[in-house]
Design a protein around this ligand. Structure first.
Ligand code: ADP
Ligand code: MG
Length: 297
């Protein structure tokens, strides 16, 4: 007999996690976006075994009080919108208030956080959605969130994870994209404590490409002339004629600070090279489009 009932919060969160958290890189993405939304200037990302063993994101953003930290783990708890009308002017990455409770319901989750106004921070530990402890924690202002035992509370999902190498590649690509998209923020990415890259905050784009994407790529691109129209600005770096790739790996498009995988922009860029690169190959590009979110008429 079927009896209708409301799902327990942990179960609801684990179901929501099915959408929010498909793989380790998706966890890092949510944490990174929260750090950026919190106004971080420095972000450090660590992971090990493709994120399966451990992942952490540490920032120097605005932090949370102990009560806010506890609240942030409740479903639909967000500081970013209050009424539906706010949806028309969203400037933050997040707003649904689902990421933290979802992640905390499918892993072991430890958050340490401190706003600069408070003398000390708070540590909250959760395992599979169950609160383990909340205590004071001495730390500098900012937030650090560490995830271990990803998907251990929902073992069926463990088998969908790919090899450590594949999951690691997704993480590295994601952090590279966010680091390129956010010139005002310094990023440090480490795997097993070894530095993969460190992006200088506030450096010219070409220097950042060199640090984040590597020396070779930096030598293969040139600064493009800035293109401007009312409500629209296009700038960045383009591959030198003759340089091409078999994949879109080095074709990076950023719209209003968000790395986007835009087929339209990739197509437009590839077409622009016309005969300069062989058919079926892709150009290199780091292109930034700033466009008025209210649309232009
Ligand atoms: P959303 O980002 O959609 O609001 P999240 O579940 O990702 O939802 O986060 C919930 C809330 O927790 C955020 O609205 C924010 O107030 C707070 N928060 C999360 N991460 C951080 C962080 N790194 N620094 C400061 N506040 C944070
Ligand atoms: Mg968020």
């Amino acid at each position: 007999m079927s009896t209708i009932r409301i799902l327990a919060p942990t179960v609801a969160n684990q179901i929501a996690a099915g959408e929010v958290v498909e793989r380790p890189a998706a966890v890092i993405k949510e944490l990174l976006e929260n750090s950026l939304d919190a106004g971080a200037r420095r972000v450090t990302v660590d992971f090990s075994r493709g994120g399966k063993a451990q992942m952490s994101v540490e920032d120097d953003g605005k932090g949370m009080t102990g009560d806010e930290a506890l609240l942030s783990l409740e479903r639909h708890a967000t500081s970013k919108i209050q009424v539906a009308a706010d949806l028309d002017r969203i400037a933050t990455f997040g707003f649904r208030g689902e990421a933290l409770p979802s992640i905390a319901s499918v892993a072991r989750f430890t958050m340490q956080t401190r706003p600069s106004s408070a003398p000390a921070g708070t540590e909250i530990a959760v395992n599979g959605g169950q609160l383990i402890h909340r205590r004071d924690h001495g730390m500098a202002p900012g937030t650090r969130i560490e995830i271990t035992n990803l998907f251990h509370p929902v073992p069926a999902r463990l088998k969908f994870l790919k090899s450590d190498e594949t999951e690691a590649a997704h993480i590295v690509r994601l952090v590279r994209l966010y680091a390129i998209a956010h010139p005002e923020v310094g990023f440090l990415l480490r795997e097993d404590g070894r530095e993969i890259f460190r992006s200088p905050g506030d450096a010219p784009l070409l220097d950042r490409v060199r640090e984040i994407w590597g020396r070779q790529v930096a030598e293969e691109v040139a600064i493009m002339p800035v293109f401007e129209r009312p409500g629209l600005r296009l700038s960045g770096l383009l591959g030198k004629p003759g340089v091409s790739r078999g994949t879109r790996q080095d074709l990076v498009t950023v719209v209003n600070g968000r790395p986007v995988d835009s087929r339209t922009m990739a197509f437009a860029l590839t077409e622009s090279y016309h005969t300069l690169i062989p058919k079926g190959r892709y150009p290199l590009a780091f292109v930034f489009l700033e466009i008025d979110p209210r649309g232009s008429t």
